[in-house]
Design a protein around this ligand. Structure first.
Ligand code: NAP
Length: 326
């Protein structure tokens, strides 16, 4: 089968298409013929051994993905496709079923086929969604879900979603709205309409206005794009307020510190979790018309380098899809 592989950490150009052996499912696995996958910020971070985040983070990244060279040669986690074979004990899926999900930390989705345990974060694809749309559901939404679950969102709670136009941000706005919160989205002018269409009650254009200077306060501030800090938002949090980061190792120190000192807390959902029950939850939301994947651009698998360069501009709106044809 064709797959995008890399054998050393580095820029997008280390990625190349290669013919590799097709995986064979174990007894509890399904073999999926992938129709669409995505390029995420996680793919980019792992491929570059997170070198731009400093020596310590890069060292941790290499401990995870291989110290001298990548342990797994194929990146990509999100996918949508068709079941091509099932292991002997697998019973939830049958050959021909259309599925979507994420292989999360195991990667391997930038390829024509992947094997996944049927107990992994995998579910039947919502019938009304295309493969491209379904491939772009899980990563941002499951990361956002993990964060928002730490904040007891419900009717009457005010949340500010900073970076509302990214993969995690577009998911964060929709999920916060679903949980009943009053949602303020922060994004640039070009994405204001999108944020409103996703359910934001109001939109702040960060190129025109600094929300930390407006005097408005929130129960929850969700930094969906890793550009804020607790220190910067603290005065915009109400007493008892919660700051939810998606990035920044220093937040791991602030979590225990703010649990002892002060009445405003930092909660960091790390490591992220990718469970089947959450894919099933998202499927339900999609089928009820309460969630959609936002897609910026689609590229054929062979243009993975170009797609990756675009993701690394950190300016994508929602998600970037790779289509896989045999
Ligand atoms: N916790 C985890 O496990 C985990 C996993 C993966 C990623 N992450 C982190 O999560 C963060 C978000 O990832 P993502 O994939 O959702 O990001 P993304 O899609 O790449 O975010 C891009 C979006 O952010 C907006 N943006 C860029 N600079 C901004 C700023 N200064 N203020 C407000 N918006 C800005 C851009 O809109 P404009 O161009 O219009 O400004 C663009 O729409 C990243 O920091 C990533 O490292 C965390």
């Amino acid at each position: 089968m064709r797959a995008v592989v890399y054998d050393r950490y580095g820029p997008p150009e280390v990625l190349r298409l290669e013919d590799v052996p097709q995986p064979v499912p174990n007894e509890d696995e399904v073999l999926i013929k992938i129709h669409a996958t995505t390029v995420t910020r996680s793919d980019c971070g792992i491929r570059a051994a997170n070198a731009s985040s400093g020596l310590f983070v890069s060292f941790l990244s290499r401990l995870y993905s291989g110290v001298r060279r990548p342990k797994r040669r194929i990146l990509g986690a999100e996918l949508a496709g068709e079941v091509a074979a099932v292991g002997t004990t697998a019973s939830e899926f049958a050959v021909g079923d259309r599925v979507f999900g994420t292989s999360a930390g195991r990667f391997g989705a930038h390829a024509e086929f992947i094997c996944m345990r049927e107990s992994a974060a995998l579910a039947h694809k919502p019938a009304a969604m295309t493969f491209e749309e379904a491939a772009a559901v899980c990563d941002g939404a499951m990361l956002a879900l993990g964060c928002l679950r730490q904040a007891d969102l419900r009717k009457g709670r005010r949340i500010l979603v900073y970076g509302a136009s990214g993969s995690i941000g577009t998911a964060g706005v929709q999920l916060a709205k679903y949980f009943g919160a009053d949602v303020t989205a922060v994004c640039s002018t070009k994405n204001a309409e999108l944020a409103r269409s996703l359910g934001a009650d109001r939109v702040i254009d960060y190129t025109q206005q600094d929300f930390t200077k407006s005097g408005e306060t929130y129960d929850v501030i969700f930094d969906a794009v890793g550009k804020l800090s607790f220190g910067r938002c603290r005065n915009s949090l109400r007493p008892g307020g919660i700051y939810l980061p998606t990035d920044g190792l220093w937040n791991l120190i602030l979590v225990p510190l703010t649990s002892i000192v002060g009445d405003k807390k930092v909660r960091f959902a790390i490591p992220p979790r990718f469970a089947k029950k959450d894919v099933l939850f998202l499927k339900e939301l999609i089928e009820a018309g309460k969630y959609r994947a936002v897609i910026d651009r689609s590229y054929p698998l062979e243009d993975v380098v170009e797609a990756t360069r675009y993701v690394e501009t950190e300016r994508k709106t929602g998600n970037v899809v790779l289509t896989v044809s045999s």
